[in-house]
Design a protein around this ligand. Structure first.
Ligand code: COA
Length: 147
């Protein structure tokens, strides 16, 4: 599996791609439900992780004037722990850096707590290079981006 932004007409079944999307194009029920949950602003941008032709992950980000916020990151249950979440996060960071942001910020919120609880989620963000904005308070996490 590898990431790619090239435009193959028929992607191989394990090729991982990051594509811009809108709600009407999200057909995977789990991802559509998640993407429909709202919280979007005028600046929100949405993306899918595609594995071959399958929709496997959803990401939304808010590139505001005062900072770059990762809003939602979600990988479908049967494709978790295949580094798709890490891939989406990295692509979000690349998007932010390419638009001149030096930090990415997020508020961890377990969206599927039956499967991935808050403790696992916080450890996952830390493993991806995020640190609490205020030590001892895990509401907001931040990462300095390599530009
Ligand atoms: C958080 C999430 C996006 C991670 O995506 P993912 O593709 O499964 O994660 P990755 O494969 O990139 O990272 C996996 C690593 O994270 C850790 N990890 C992830 N899920 C784990 C779990 N359920 N239990 C233990 N460790 C876990 C492990 O270290 C794992 O590495 P390993 O599989 O080699 O042991 C995914 O679990 C998810 O969609 N959760 C529900 C939505 C959610 O709560 N989103 C957060 C919004 S703020």
């Amino acid at each position: 599996m590898h990431g790619s932004s090239s435009n193959y007409s028929t992607p191989s079944k394990d090729e991982l791609r990051f594509v811009s999307t809108s709600l009407k194009d999200i057909i995977h029920p789990e991802l559509h439900r998640r993407a429909s949950d709202g919280g979007f602003t005028k600046v929100t941008k949405s993306f899918l992780a595609m594995m071959g032709v399958e929709q496997v992950g959803f990401l939304s980000v808010d590139p505001h004037l005062d900072g770059f916020y990762i809003h939602t990151i979600y990988v479908v249950r049967n494709h978790r722990r295949k580094h798709i979440g890490s891939y989406l996060l990295k692509e979000a960071e690349n998007f932010a850096a390419s638009h001149g942001y030096t930090f990415a910020k997020l508020k961890p919120h377990a969206l599927d707590p039956e499967c991935v609880g808050r403790d696992i989620l916080l450890r996952w963000y830390v493993s991806q290079g995020y640190v609490p904005v205020d030590p001892g308070d895990s509401e907001w996490f931040i990462k300095r981006l390599a530009i």
